[in-house]
Design a protein around this ligand. Structure first.
Ligand SMILES: [Zn+2]
Length: 206
């Protein structure tokens, strides 16, 4: 594979790809630039642990139909509650879920990212979902994130350019399944356009 951003680390002789991730791209948007800026590493740790635990268990469950259990030191009860909320939700939708794909990492010429979950429904629409394990989520930010994954998916997987994508989010903390409004779609499209302009060097990011 040819990629202009493959770099070599002279010390370790390891190759890596020097491209921004989807999460890094979201920080290019002025309105989200300062999210978590004032939070210490120590403060964020339990939230990250909760998120990692949930993502790992869900990935394993979707791929193997079997639960890994929580091996975290703290907050086991909360972690188990989040996973149980997911199970109830997943069972409800299970018969409409075909070709599930989870935690797939993709790359194009401009950025890279790993989406949480994608499936084909019985009407042949693709659903692209994100899991949010914190109570408060900015829905337009989540939708922007999902639309960036859509670009990676269309650039990589053999999916017809006209295929309809339905964007959704499941929040096991609020036990809430989130869909998006047309107004939110418009705002997210603006965000994506802004990010792509920066990536393609058409404007500078001051
Ligand atoms: Zn856990």
């Amino acid at each position: 594979m040819f990629h202009k951003n493959i770099k070599v680390d002279e010390l370790t002789h390891k190759y890596y790809i020097d491209l921004p991730s989807v999460s890094a791209l979201l920080k290019l948007l002025p309105q989200y630039k300062n999210d978590y800026k004032d939070c210490s590493v120590e403060f964020l740790k339990p939230y990250q642990e909760r998120g990692n635990c949930f993502h790992k268990r869900v990935e394993f469950y979707i791929n193997n139909n079997f639960d890994l259990n929580c091996n975290c030191e703290y907050s086991k009860e909360l972690h188990n509650n989040l996973f149980n909320n997911f199970l109830f939700w997943y069972d409800d939708y299970f018969l409409n879920i075909n070709k599930p794909q989870t935690e797939i990492s993709l790359i194009n010429n401009y950025f890279l990212g790993t989406f949480d979950f994608m499936y084909l429904d019985n009407d042949n629409n693709y659903h692209l979902l994100d899991w949010k394990t914190n109570k408060i989520t900015n829905q337009i930010k989540t939708l922007t994130q999902l639309k960036l994954y859509e670009i990676l998916i269309k650039d990589n997987l053999n999916i017809n350019k006209n295929t309809k994508f339905i964007f959704e989010c499941f929040n096991p903390n609020e036990n809430r399944f989130i869909t998006f409004t047309n107004k939110q779609e418009k705002q997210a499209n603006k965000n994506v356009k802004y990010i792509l302009n920066i990536l393609k060097g058409e404007i500078t990011n001051e």
